[in-house]
Design a protein around this ligand. Structure first.
Ligand code: ADP
Ligand code: MG
Ligand code: ZN
Length: 478
C-alpha cells in the first residue's frame, strides 16, 4: 500500500493587458466605474456592431511571446468560442484556437530551494474578457456589468512540466516578473489581472503515462494555489488507492474550507463549435513589425541584475531584492540619477522602505513617495544637516506623506545642533556628570564615551551632530 506518486501540473494563466482601451472597441479598460458605463455596442454584443483589433494588444502579446522564447505566428486568426452565459453578450467569446499568436516557448525557473528547470509554453493566445455577474442577496436577482467585457487578455498555456507547488509558484513569479518588466500588465493575482487555472493529475513514480487530470479555478493567491495543489493531490491519491477513477472535470477550490467541489465536467474544444471569426481580418505579422517590437523590448531582470553590479557597484544581494519589483528598480535608478549614491539609495529601499511596506500591508511595487524626496533626504544626512536618528524619523514622514525633507526639517527645527559653542557647553556638562566614563576612557576603554554621547543626545533631543560631539569630547579628554 505504499506506492509513491508524482504530481503532474500544467497551468493556464490569464493576464489582463495594460492597454488603455478594450481589445475590439475604444471603450476604456479602467477598473470600476458605475456599472455599464464603460461600454458600447461592440462590447455589449449588439447585432450589427463590428470589432476592430487594438494594435497595442498585438504588440503586448508579441512582446510577451518574445520574452518567453516563443515562435511568433506570422499569419494568425481569431476564432469564435460559442457558449451561452449571461456575462457573455455575444454568446461567443472571441479567442484563438487554430492559429494562436505564440507557440513553443519556455521560461527558466528557479525554485525557492534552488532547483532550476525549464517549463515549456505550449502557446499564448489573445482573447477578450467577459462581463461580471452581480448577485443581489436581497432582491433575489442577478445583474450583469459589462465594464470588463472586452478587456484584453492573453492566455499562456504551459506544458504539463511542473511537479510541485514550489515549481508552480516559481513559474508564476517568473511570468509575473517578465510581464511586469515589459509593462504589459501589473499581474496582480488578488485583483484578478493575473489568474491561474491549475491542471493536475497524479501518476505512479517512474511511470511515463499521464493520469486523468482535473482543472481547478478560483485561485487568487500563491497560498491558495499551494493549498489547492496539496488538497487535490491527496484527493486523487485517495481515489486511486481505493480503486476509483479520477474524473476529468473542472473543480472550484474553496480556500476557506480547504476543499474543492466539482463545477462542471470537462468540455472539449468541439463542444464550443469554434470557427474563424468572419468579422475580423487575419493577422499578418510583417518582418518590420516584428523587428520593431524586438528593438523596443526593455531591459529584463537578468540584464538589469548584471548591469547593477557593474554600473552601480552594489552587492548582488541588493540587486536581487531591488529588481524583484520593476517599480522599485525604476525608482532606484531615478533616485540614484539625482543623488549619485547608489548604495545609500539601496540601503533605504532594502531597509526602511521594505519594513514600512510590510508594516502597512503594501506590495513591493507600492512606493508612496518620490525619488526626488529620497535623494534629498540622503543629501541632508550626508552633509550632516540631520543625523541618522532624525533621518529615520523624517523618512517615515516621507513614506507617509511624501513630504519634502528639506522643508520638513526646517519647519520642525530638526536640523542638527552643529553650533560648536552651543554644543561645547552641553558636552562639558555631560563630561562633568560622567566621572566613571571619563576614568574608563582614560584607562583605554574608548567605548566609554558612548555614555557621554548619549547624554548629549538626550539633552539636544537627539539632534546633535555626532561627528562634532566626538570631536569636542576628544578635545576635552585627550
Ligand atoms: P484543453 O484544451 O482540453 O484545455 P490542453 O491540452 O490544452 O487541454 O491542456 C490544458 C492544460 O492542462 C495545459 O496547461 C496542459 O499542460 C495541462 N495538462 C494536460 N494534460 C495534463 C495532465 N494529464 N496532467 C496535468 N496537466 C495536464
Ligand atoms: Mg484549455
Ligand atoms: Zn466598447
Amino acid at each position: 500500500m505504499s506506492k509513491e506518486y508524482e504530481t503532474v501540473i500544467g497551468l493556464e494563466v490569464h493576464v489582463e493587458l495594460a492597454t488603455k482601451t478594450k481589445i475590439f472597441c475604444s471603450c476604456t479598460t479602467e477598473f470600476g466605474g458605475e456599472p455599464n458605463t464603460h461600454t458600447c455596442p461592440v462590447c455589449t454584443g449588439l447585432p450589427g456592431s463590428l470589432p476592430v483589433l487594438n494594435k497595442k494588444v498585438l504588440e503586448y502579446a508579441v512582446a510577451v511571446g518574445l520574452a518567453t522564447n516563443c515562435d511568433i505566428t506570422r499569419y494568425g486568426k481569431f476564432d469564435r468560442k460559442n457558449y451561452f452565459y449571461p456575462d457573455n453578450p455575444q454568446n461567443y467569446q472571441i479567442s484563438q484556437l487554430y492559429l494562436p499568436i505564440c507557440r513553443n516557448g519556455h521560461v527558466d525557473i528557479k525554485t525557492e530551494s534552488g532547483v532550476e528547470k525549464q517549463v515549456r509554453i505550449h502557446e499564448i493566445h489573445m482573447e477578450e474578457d467577459a462581463g461580471k455577474l452581480v448577485h443581489d442577496e436581497w432582491d433575489d436577482v442577478s445583474y450583469v456589468d459589462f465594464n470588463r467585457s472586452g478587456v484584453p487578455l492573453i492566455e499562456i498555456v504551459s506544458e504539463p512540466d511542473m511537479r510541485s507547488a514550489e515549481e508552480v509558484i516559481a513559474y508564476l513569479e517568473t511570468l509575473r516578473e517578465t510581464i511586469q518588466y515589459l509593462g504589459a500588465s501589473d499581474c496582480k493575482l488578488n485583483e484578478g489581472s493575473m489568474r491561474a487555472d491549475v491542471n493536475l493529475s497524479i501518476r505512479e513514480k517512474g511511470t511515463e503515462e499521464f493520469g486523468t487530470r482535473t482543472e481547478m479555478k478560483n485561485l487568487n493567491s500563491f497560498r491558495a494555489i499551494a493549498n489547492a495543489i496539496k488538497g487535490e493531490t491527496e484527493r486523487q491519491i485517495d481515489l486511486i488507492e481505493s480503486g476509483e477513477a479520477v474524473i476529468q472535470e473542472t473543480r472550484r477550490w474553496d480556500d476557506n474550507k480547504g476543499s474543492s467541489h466539482p463545477m462542471r465536467s470537462k468540455e472539449d474544444a468541439q463542444d464550443y463549435r469554434y470557427f474563424p471569426d468572419p468579422d475580423l481580418t487575419p493577422i499578418v505579422i510583417s518582418d518590420e513589425f516584428l523587428e520593431e517590437i524586438k528593438s523596443r523590448q526593455p531591459e529584463l531582470r537578468k540584464e538589469k541584475l548584471e548591469r547593477y553590479e557593474k554600473e552601480y557597484n552594489i552587492p548582488a544581494y541588493d540587486a536581487e531584492i531591488i529588481t524583484a519589483s520593476k517599480k522599485m528598480a525604476d525608482f532606484f535608478e531615478a533616485a540614484t540619477a539625482i543623488c549619485n549614491k547608489p548604495k545609500k539609495v539601496s540601503n533605504w529601499l532594502m531597509g526602511e522602505t521594505l519594513r514600512l511596506q510590510k508594516e502597512k500591508g503594501l506590495d513591493q511595487d507600492d512606493i508612496p513617495f518620490s525619488p526626488e524626496n529620497l535623494a534629498s533626504l540622503i543629501e541632508l544626512a550626508d552633509e550632516g544637516t540631520i543625523n541618522n536618528t532624525v533621518a529615520k524619523e523624517v523618512f517615515e514622514k516621507v513614506f507617509e506623506e511624501d513630504v519634502e525633507p528639506k522643508k520638513y526639517v526646517e519647519e520642525n527645527s530638526l536640523g542638527s545642533v552643529s553650533d560648536e559653542g552651543e554644543l561645547r557647553g552641553i558636552v562639558e556638562e555631560a563630561v562633568k556628570n560622567s566621572p566613571k566614563a571619563v576614568e574608563d576612557y582614560k584607562a583605554g576603554k574608548k567605548k566609554a564615551v558612548g555614555a557621554i554621547v548619549g547624554q548629549v543626545m538626550k539633552a539636544t533631543g537627539g539632534k546633535a551632530n555626532p561627528a562634532m560631539i566626538n570631536k569636542i569630547i576628544s578635545e576635552i579628554l585627550d
